[in-house]
Each structure stands twice: as structure tokens, then as C-alpha cells.
Design a protein around this ligand. Structure first.
Ligand SMILES: NC(=O)c1ccc[n+]([C@@H]2O[C@H](COP(=O)([O-])OP(=O)(O)OC[C@H]3O[C@@H](n4cnc5c(N)ncnc54)[C@H](OP(=O)(O)O)[C@@H]3O)[C@@H](O)[C@H]2O)c1
Length: 319
């Protein structure tokens, strides 16, 4: 039997990381997940192959200690909003440098990295996308000798615990009337977290993937408006979408970024100015967002509507 190997998931306590941790642990990897708040992620410990440690990975010494004895590292650290000015650079660029240094110092020769679709140091439409692009470039440059790097660039990722569909569904469920939607025509190719995890796991030992950057998309392209309308229709909610033009979308971002929770920021607005879809000819992931959203009818308890969907009947109001 092959000796189990060790893998460090930096950012492994997040939405994608948790799913990846289980996926790897099920395949026999010994997975280490550092977290600043391990008590929030105790569910990971049900798997005997997962070790959850309290650590802030931004500290270089902690990072080096975590890397010691690992065979592979996967970096999932990323933020959508800055708490403090400079956070995008700190987490997307400076941290990547620290990680490469830690890998070099501890003899790790394999690093996989979660970037984002549209990440581009020069042409990214937002600071999020430009810093993500810069971090990715840095990794692929610094990592040339001795460290084999592969990056993944997913479109928006959905799943049972996501903060995309769930966030909109949560707001829409307590909303009545006209829903003003910014950037309603932006295009996205949502990818299922399980499909993304499968893509990552399948290339860890694949030499052909060294130095490659893989765009990762789901099977369908939606506008943001279509996704929101699908949630409204599936949950049978008394809400109608009102798409906002550019000026009002920007204004909404300006207002919301100053409210607690930062539901939507100017930088998010800028990210949505470029379509988040894969280049032609990309290998698409199979799972449909449509099916996933239909499952929401179960999760959110609208049983009669769910029964009608299952029987393939139209919703009550159009029956
Ligand atoms: N979700 C998407 O739709 C999507 C789409 C495209 C790309 N991506 C990229 O995929 C990666 C993972 O995304 P995700 O949605 O799983 O992220 P997430 O749920 O926000 O998780 C991020 C993780 O980073 C960890 N982290 C450690 N130190 C941190 C610090 N000082 N500040 C903030 N976070 C820190 C957090 O761990 P603790 O809080 O436990 O310490 C958290 O588990 C990111 O790089 C993201 O940019 C995500």
C-alpha cells in the first residue's frame, strides 16, 4: 500500500477549502487545515485524516512551521473586500511571496493555487482581479525552479454553503416588491464546488499540469439577472427584479460598501464590468446551477412548490 502523503490547505477552512479537505481526506491524503478560528470549523475533525490547527498563516514563521513535513500545499487564501486599505495586495500578492519562500525553505516542490477567472495583473477591471492576477504571475515566475505550480481560475462558485446563491436567497426571502439589481447584465458561468474540487484533486500528481493555469466554468452562462430570477421563481417569492443602469449600480455599490457586512462594493461593481466566462474551447464542468437552485426549494422549506417542481408542473401562480 502507498504511504499516505501530507497536504497543507492554506485557507482550507473556507467554503471551497472545506470541501477540498474532505475530498482529499477521502482519497487518503493527510490533510492539515490552519485556521484563525478553529472552533468554527470543528466539523472538519470528524474525518480522521483531517488535522485542524489554530494559526494565522500571514505570519511567516507560522507558515514555515506549517509547511514543514508537507508534500503538497494548496493556497486558497483570498478576500473579496478590503477591511483595511492594502488588504488585497497583502493577501493576494505579498502572501504568495511568503508562501513560495516557505515552500523553498521546507523543500516542498508542489503548489496549487486558487486564483479567479478574469484575474489579470494588467487588464483586470478591479483591484481584486488585478491583485489576483499579480499573485498568480508572481507564483508562476518565482515557482519556476524546483516548485511546480498549477493555478485554477474559477468563475463564481456555488454549493450548499456558498455565499453567492445563499446570500441572494437569504435577502430575497425577506424582501417584498421591486428588487433593484446592480450589474444585472453581467455574465457568469457558475461552477459547482464539487466539480472544482474534482478538477483540483485530479491534477495534483499530473506532471502535464505543471505551470498551467486552468479556467474553470460550469456548463451554462447566465446573466446575474437570470440567476436572481431563477431563485425568485424557484422559491416562489413576491419579488420582481428591477435592473439598474451603470450610474445607479455604482451608486448602490457606494452606499452598500459603507454599511456593515459590505454586501456590495465599488470594487465588486468593477469586477462585474467584465464577463466572467471561460474562453471558447474550455473543458466545462458538468453540474448545473439550475438544478442546484431547484434544491433550494427543499432547503428553504417551500414544500408545496418543491412538490410541483418535482412533478414537473408549472408554479402555482402560472398553473
Ligand atoms: N467562492 C467563489 O465564488 C470564488 C470564485 C473565484 C475564486 N475564488 C477564490 O478561491 C479561494 C477560496 O475561496 P472561498 O470562497 O473558499 O473563500 P473563503 O470562504 O472566504 O475562505 C477564505 C479562507 O482564508 C482564510 N484566511 C486565513 N487568514 C486569513 C486572513 N488573515 N484574512 C482572511 N482570510 C484568511 C480563512 O480562514 P480562517 O478565517 O479560518 O482563518 C478562510 O477559511 C479564494 O482565493 C478566492 O479568491 C473563490
Amino acid at each position: 500500500m502507498k504511504e499516505p502523503r501530507n497536504i497543507l490547505l492554506v485557507g482550507g477552512s473556507g467554503f471551497i477549502g472545506r470541501r477540498l479537505a474532505y475530498g482529499l481526506a477521502n482519497r487518503g491524503w493527510r490533510v492539515t487545515v490552519p485556521s484563525r478560528r478553529p472552533h468554527r470549523n470543528r466539523a472538519l475533525l470528524v474525518h480522521p485524516n483531517i488535522r485542524l490547527l489554530e494559526a494565522n498563516v500571514i505570519d511567516p514563521e507560522n507558515l514555515q512551521r506549517l509547511c514543514a513535513g508537507q508534500h503538497v500545499v494548496i493556497n486558497l487564501i483570498g478576500i473579496l473586500h478590503e477591511r483595511r486599505k492594502g488588504d488585497f495586495r497583502r493577501f493576494h500578492v505579498d502572501f504568495v511571496k511568503l508562501l513560495v519562500e516557505a515552500c523553498n525553505a521546507t523543500g516542498i516542490d508542489r503548489l496549487l493555487h486558487l486564483s479567479a477567472l478574469g484575474a489579470d495583473q494588467a487588464t483586470g477591471s478591479s483591484l481584486y482581479l488585478r491583485t489576483k492576477g499579480e499573485g498568480e504571475n508572481l507564483l508562476h515566475t518565482l515557482g519556476q525552479r524546483g516548485l511546480h505550480v498549477t493555478s485554477f481560475q474559477p468563475s463564481v462558485v456555488f454549493g450548499k454553503e456558498d455565499s453567492f446563491v445563499n446570500r441572494f436567497a437569504g435577502i430575497l426571502r425577506i424582501y417584498v416588491g421591486l428588487f433593484p439589481l446592480a450589474c444585472a447584465d453581467s455574465k457568469l458561468a457558475p461552477v459547482y464546488v464539487g466539480d472544482l474540487v474534482a478538477r483540483i484533486v485530479e491534477v495534483i500528481d499530473d506532471r502535464d499540469s505543471y505551470s498551467k493555469r486552468f479556467p474553470v466554468c460550469g456548463p451554462e452562462v447566465f446573466t446575474l439577472r437570470q440567476i436572481i430570477e431563477l431563485i425568485i421563481e424557484t422559491l416562489d417569492l413576491p419579488v420582481r427584479v428591477v435592473p439598474l443602469g451603470k450610474g445607479l449600480s455604482k451608486l448602490q455599490a457606494l452606499v452598500l460598501q459603507n454599511l456593515p457586512g459590505k454586501l456590495f462594493t465599488l470594487d465588486n461593481y468593477r469586477s462585474l464590468q467584465t464577463d466572467n466566462v471561460c474562453p471558447d474551447g474550455s473543458r466545462l464542468c458538468p453540474t448545473s446551477l439550475r438544478q442546484h437552485i431547484r434544491g433550494l426549494a427543499v432547503m428553504h422549506g417551500n414544500k408545496s412548490h418543491y412538490d410541483r417542481l418535482r412533478k414537473n408542473l408549472p408554479p402555482e401562480d402560472s398553473a
